[in-house]
Design a protein around this ligand. Structure first.
Ligand code: TMP
Length: 211
């Protein structure tokens, strides 16, 4: 039987990486092996692709090129990391995965894949994601939701290529995530990311009883 794939999603500054780390520490106290990776990244190829994707002064990149780079990094992560661990019955925690692509490239960029209208484009991106991951769709997604303004205020350092996009882009990403959570209700747990860190962590831990 496949192990469990647990994913943290959210807009910039939502605190998902902190929560992924806290859940990792919690689950490390249990009997089931657990590991963590971030997306894009988690493999040598994936980290290089990440550098290209996030480099604010990098080469020009069309929306399609961007989409396929995210998918390429993911394909490698699945082959090297996700598939072997899940096939071994282990738990994998991911900081971003397929729903980032649907929210950012589908809803945010409104990528024009085949000249269809927007709703169908989101479907086309979703379909590419499904084909890309095969049987490794998430089992649980925690969506840390907060207003875009709050999230952007929390960012530190010089903004990367994606963080630099205008406010309207980030609003579409947030709305996209909320729409996804609504359509895949059984998969998503939406948590108010303005709550204190420990309170969010407690909500995440519900349902992860240690053996
Ligand atoms: P982060 O690890 O700091 O969240 O940075 C990853 C960035 O990449 C973030 O801006 C979201 C973006 N992203 C996409 O646009 N599409 C994707 O499929 C993934 C995984 C990330």
């Amino acid at each position: 039987m496949l192990g469990e794939l647990i994913v943290f999603e959210g807009i910039e500054g939502s605190g998902k990486s902190t929560q992924a780390e806290l859940l990792l520490q919690h689950l490390q106290g249990g009997d089931v092996p657990v590991s963590f990776a971030r997306e894009p990244g988690g493999t040598i190829l994936g980290e290089r692709v990440r550098d290209i994707l996030l480099d604010a002064s990098g080469p020009r990149m069309s929306p399609r090129a961007e989409l396929f780079l995210y998918l390429a990094a993911r394909a490698q992560l699945i082959r090297e990391f996700i598939a072997p661990k899940l096939e071994n019955g282990e738990r994998v925690i991911l900081d971003r995965y397929v729903h980032s692509t649907i929210a950012y490239q589908g809803y945010g960029l409104r990528i024009n894949l085949v000249g269809l209208d927007h709703a169908e484009n989101v479907e086309a991106v979703t379909e590419l994601c499904r084909q890309g991951v095969g049987e490794f769709w998430p089992d649980t997604v925690f969506l840390l939701d907060l207003p875009v303004e709050e999230g952007l205020k929390r960012l530190k350092g010089s903004p990367d290529r994606i963080e630099r996009r205008d406010r309207a882009f980030h609003e579409r990403v947030r709305e996209g995530y909320l729409a996804l959570a609504e359509t895949e209700k059984g998969l998503f747990t939406v948590i108010d990311a303005t709550l204190p860190i420990e309170e969010i962590a407690e909500r995440v831990r519900v349902g992860f009883e240690l053996a």
